[in-house]
Design a protein around this ligand. Structure first.
Ligand SMILES: *Cc1c(COP(=O)(O)O)cnc(C)c1O
Length: 357
């Protein structure tokens, strides 16, 4: 029996996509081979990479002056790739709004003067600093942000207007809402939250920004290497790219990002409304900045939180335990979480409150 999986990542994939993959697992596109067995130099595979890129371009309206790359190493690898490709004068600005934003900043410090220009750590990352009042430096090679903070459940509602290229880690929200790619120099996202199984990371970079990686940048971390080779410089994560493409096709069929965003807003709205109207559950994020992907919440005490997580699991609502930095619960309700899953969670929350309040 399939459960509702609220894991922050790797996370749920659309059932239709899993069934499609199952159907062609043994014989992909009449090749008599599994997509897991096929050479990455085979035409049938390069067709997947090309289609995945075209589908992603369509879904996010990515202009021609940006390259789209499928790489390995996770978003964490990009924490190093960003300075190694962009930190030409050795200075960059970071906005620290959570654990991953902080890790990116710390990685940046290995390569140069990475400056934290604003942070929300003072209130345990429950808000996003006002982008209009952040003292960005004019000499920054780039400005780095994390657009949706997976652990703390916040997201940017507007993006900073900066002179330097804006670099965004969108791992836990890519394809969940419409974005104007032209506002960014580089966008990157590990796929295992909203796109595919773990293994592939998406990089969308303005072509003029990838031309001069730092001399010490390893070949594999140069975005230009990947761009010049159509993401096929070496063996790519073939199966993850194939799955990403199935998810892109699925999203196109649903009507694209605009349509899935309506559903995401609706799902998150149901959950936040319920929490706000309850005296038992609390979400401490400043309302304006609440994420529509990751919803942390607590009951009045820690022991009840643990009881909640285990009873929810028994009821088919799994992976609701909050991140160890935050405690409590976290419901990750990515694109693939159906409305019914959120409704089932709310019904369980009501029942649990009645029995334990
Ligand atoms: C999960 C996550 C990461 C880490 O991704 P890996 O692929 O495990 O390296 C980085 N940033 C954000 C925002 C995330 O949600």
């Amino acid at each position: 029996m399939r459960v509702y999986n609220f894991s922050a990542g790797p996370s749920m994939l659309p059932l239709e996509v899993l069934e499609e993959a199952q159907k062609e697992l043994l014989d992909f596109a009449g090749t008599g081979m599994s997509v897991c067995e096929i050479s990455h130099r085979d035409k049938a595979f390069s067709a997947i990479v090309e289609e995945a890129e075209a589908n992603l371009r369509g879904l996010l309206n990515i202009p021609e002056e940006y390259c789209v790359l499928f790489v390995q190493g996770g978003a964490s690898q990009q924490f190093a790739a960003v300075p190694l490709n962009l930190m030409h004068t050795g200075k960059a600005d970071y906005v620290v709004t959570g654990n991953f934003a902080k890790k990116a900043w710390q990685e940046g410090k290995i390569f140069g003067e990475a400056r934290c220009v604003a942070s929300s750590e003072d209130k345990t990352y429950t808000y996003i600093p006002d982008v209009k009042t952040i003292p960005f430096n004019d000499d920054a090679d780039y400005v780095h942000i994390c657009s949706n903070n997976t652990i703390f459940g916040t997201r940017y509602v507007e993006f900073p207007e900066v002179k330097a290229p804006l670099v965004a880690d969108m791992s836990s929200e890519i394809l969940s809402r419409e974005i104007d790619v032209k506002k960014f120099g580089v966008i990157y996202a590990g796929a295992q939250k909203n796109v595919a199984p773990a293994g592939v990371t998406i990089v969308i970079a303005r072509r003029d920004l990838i031309e001069n990686p730092l001399p010490q940048c390893p070949t594999m971390l140069k975005w230009k290497t990947q761009a010049d080779n159509g993401s096929l410089y070496n063996t790519p994560p073939c199966f993850a790219i194939y799955m990403a493409n199935l998810v892109f096709r699925h999203l196109k069929k649903l009507g694209g990002v605009k349509e899935i965003n309506k559903i995401n807003e609706y799902k998150a709205g149901l959950l936040y409304d319920f929490i706000d109207n309850s005296k038992f559950y609390t979400n401490s994020v400043e309302k304006k900045y609440r994420s529509i992907m990751n919803v942390p919440f607590v009951t009045p005490d820690k022991e009840l939180d643990a009881k909640f997580v285990s009873e929810a699991k028994a009821a088919g609502l799994v992976s609701l335990k909050g991140h160890r930095l935050v405690g409590g619960m976290r419901a990750s309700i990515y694109n693939a979480m159906p409305v019914e899953g959120v409704q089932a969670l709310i019904a369980f929350m009501k029942k649990f409150e009645k029995e334990n309040a």
